[in-house]
Design a protein around this ligand. Structure first.
Ligand code: ME8
Length: 672
């Protein structure tokens, strides 16, 4: 076989059936491919990213019938739902294939002719079971209790003459190819699944359907009574498009081939068995990589129309915007494993990761730069950025890219958020507002702000493939020349690159959301009036209650409920409040909410404090933070750890927000 390997990155998604509208599963695959495409482009590689729609076959034909439309009119009407969604989700595909396009039909006819000439097709009669939803045949030994072994829906008995592709001929070749290329199917569990499947003898593939039964398909040039089987037609899109791009098919393909196919686990067999065999029959090398990701369920259940729980990505974009949806889908689960969707999880991610960690950072830092250096801007110090920033950037940011390139999207985002946490700690630890009070410390103040602005620029650069619009807004606030997607890691990834920052004030990047997902006004972010948080909420005073999930104690500082008598000042003085600095934070084993903190409150040894805040804070972001501790509370043992203090925090609809001090105060300062 010709070796057609090139530096091009050719990326594909499945082409989706247009018998229904798109849902989050479709969006998931397409967003993942988009992030990969954008990351390659920022790395300087030429990319061809293809997605599209699968428009033939019995399912589409039957949907059209149900709607009283011709199949062509029907698919033309559904198509904009996909196209519009991709444009609203900022999908940067280079081409969009429809299997009803003349270029694709021409390519499929060409393949059929070539295979026939090669002797890989034959006419045979078939009697067996047929699964309509999967559009595939099964033998007696496959079918149990009249159900499809794949989707478990009823199968029909069918007997007909058809055209077959000699797939079995290539089985030994495929097995030995996979044996020497175990990296060709990812994750590894899917590779093992296919190797297991290939232990059984392969049947030949029936690639036609009689027109009398399925009239909606690509005609077979040498068999006028038949149309092409929809899967055979669909798989070929990955070559018919590049074929159509060159002066000759070979020239068009030779730039791009072989492709990286990102698919869901449901269509692994067609892609990892039928497809490479079809390619081999066409004398083309197998795909570079087939990555089969996991399945989205909704609140723990399969997504289906009959359950009425299909999540519409368009509605999510309407409410939350494209970037939060893109971020959530790739951050929430491991690509390759199944993931569960819940609105609550989405809102938590928006409030915590996006609004608190990233949005607040940008608005705080730009506000300070704007306020303290309105005339001159923040210039790069002579020595460049600090070694601390350099070290954090060099340790974490290349991981973002490497992990994305190996399709470990959630880990890539974890690394990026570790960098954001580092920047937040830098703000707390260097307290620019304290430096700003002393004119002698002006240079220090400028250097700290420069670090933070550079950190934000680098965050924007590495965030761009995941959240292009947000990255653009960050760059706009920093007044870095626009065109973020054109910025490359190589030339723009160095910490200390920008000479001067004249920032603009950044508005809130992400408004916080209430439980329904509606944006919260400042008002809405005030603590609720109830004096005891709902069960399961982390609670306001952050010392954990006796059990992990029990309600937390009442909120300190809230107005007492009317029936409670007021306390006098002497009562209040009984509570010993002190500032503390968190030195260490680790999860309490087997607990969902508890963190074990080591808090320096100015005593000989730091105190161990157990706090039910892990739903709202990650351990890393706590280290270095100044907190307010109730120091004279009777010790309590929680999940086997004795807590000698309690942290104060405000309770919001979406978790807790720790109390801290407005200006720096040494550990152990008294609070009145
Ligand atoms: O199978 N979770 O099209 P299709 C995650 N036309 N991903 C999901 C998902 C879910 N719950 N549901 C769907 C077809 N997907 C054929 C493909 S390719 C030559 C022909 C995604 O509209 C996932 O990528 O049923 C899955 O493989 C694809 O949508 C199936 O889309």
């Amino acid at each position: 076989m010709a070796d057609l390997r090139t530096p091009w990155v050719y990326l594909t998604t499945p082409i989706y059936y247009v018998n229904d509208v798109p849902h989050i599963g479709h969006a998931y695959t397409t967003i993942a491919a988009d992030v990969l495409a954008r990351t390659h482009r920022q790395g300087g590689a030429p990319v061809f990213f293809l997605t599209g729609t699968d428009e033939h076959g019995q399912k589409v034909w039957q949907s059209a019938e149900r709607h009283g439309l011709s199949p062509q009119l029907y698919v033309d009407r559904i198509l904009p739902r996909f196209r519009d969604l991709w444009s609203r989700l900022a999908i940067s595909n280079d081409d969009f294939v429809r299997t009803t396009q003349p270029r694709h039909i021409k390519g499929v006819s060409e393949v059929l002719t070539r295979l026939r000439e090669k002797g890989d097709l034959y006419e045979g009669s078939y009697e067996g079971w047929y699964c309509l939803p999967d559009e595939r045949f099964w033998t007696d030994k496959d079918v149990e209790n009249g159900l499809c072994p794949d989707c478990h829906r009823p199968v029909e008995r069918i007997s007909e003459t058809n055209i077959f592709f000699r797939m079995s001929r290539y089985q030994d070749w495929l097995v030995s190819w996979y044996e020497s290329h175990p990296e060709a199917i990812r994750p590894e569990s899917r590779y093992n699944e296919i190797m297991g499947f290939l232990k059984k003898p392969l049947s030949d593939l029936c690639i036609s359907r009689p027109k009398s039964r399925v009239p909606w398909g690509i005609p077979i040039p040498f068999a006028p009574d038949y149309v092409t089987y929809v899967w055979f037609d669909a798989l070929l899109n990955y070559v018919t498009v590049p074929w159509s791009l060159g002066a000759t098919p070979e020239e068009g393909l030779s730039r791009l081939w072989p492709a990286v196919h990102i698919i869901g686990k449901d269509i692994l067999t067609t892609h990892a068995v039928y497809w490479p065999i079809l390619l081999a029959a066409l004398d083309l090398p197998p795909p570079r990589l087939i990555f089969a990701h996991g399945w989205w369920t909704v609140d723990g259940e399969k997504m289906s129309k009959s359950r009425g729980n299909v999540v519409d990505p368009g509605a999510l974009v309407d409410l939350f915007g494209a970037d939060p949806v893109r971020f959530f889908l790739l951050r929430e689960g491991q690509f390759g494993q199944d993931v569960d969707f819940s609105r609550e999880a989405l809102i938590n991610r928006i409030n915590r990761d996006l609004a608190n960690d990233l949005g607040n950072l940008l608005s705080r830092v730009t506000a300070m730069a704007f306020r303290y250096f309105p005339e001159t801007g923040v210039a790069r110090p002579e020595a460049g950025c600090s070694p601390a920033l350099k070290e954090a950037a060099e340790a974490l940011l290349p991981q973002v890219r490497l992990r994305t390139l190996s399709l470990e999207f959630h880990r890539a985002l974890q690394s990026l958020w570790e960098f954001v946490a580092f920047l937040n700690r830098h703000v707390d630890a260097r307290a620019p507002w304290v430096l700003a009070r002393d004119p002698a410390l002006r240079e220090d103040l400028s250097a700290v702000l420069y670090d933070l602005l550079e950190g934000l620029r680098l965050t924007g650069l590495y965030l761009a493939p995941f959240m292009p619009e947000t990255a653009g807004k960050i760059m706009e606030a920093l007044e870095v020349p626009a065109g973020i997607s054109l910025l490359s890691y190589e030339t723009h990834g160095l910490p200390g690159l920008e000479a001067l920052y004249r920032v603009r004030l950044a508005g809130a990047l992400f408004p916080k959301r209430d439980a329904q997902g509606n944006p919260l006004s400042e008002e809405g972010e005030k603590p609720r009036k109830s004096s005891s948080p709902a069960p399961g909420e982390s609670g306001t005073a952050a010392a954990a209650p006796a059990k992990d999930s029990a309600p937390a104690p009442a909120v300190l500082g809230e107005a007492p409920a009317p029936e409670e008598p007021p306390i006098n000042y002497a009562d209040f003085q009984k509570v010993q409040l002190k500032t503390g600095v968190v030195r260490e934070a680790v999860p309490v084993p087997k607990s969902k909410k508890l963190l074990r903190l080591s808090v320096d409150i100015g005593e000989a040894e730091p105190r161990t404090v157990v706090a039910g805040i892990s739903g709202s804070y990650s351990p890393e972001e706590l280290v270095g933070k100044t907190v307010v501790v109730v120091a004279n509370l009777t010790p309590a043992t929680l999940m086997g750890v004795t807590s000698r203090g309690m942290l104060l925090a405000a309770s919001t609809e979406n978790g807790v927000s720790l109390l801290t001090v407005d200006r720096s105060a040494p550990p152990g300062s008294g609070i009145k």
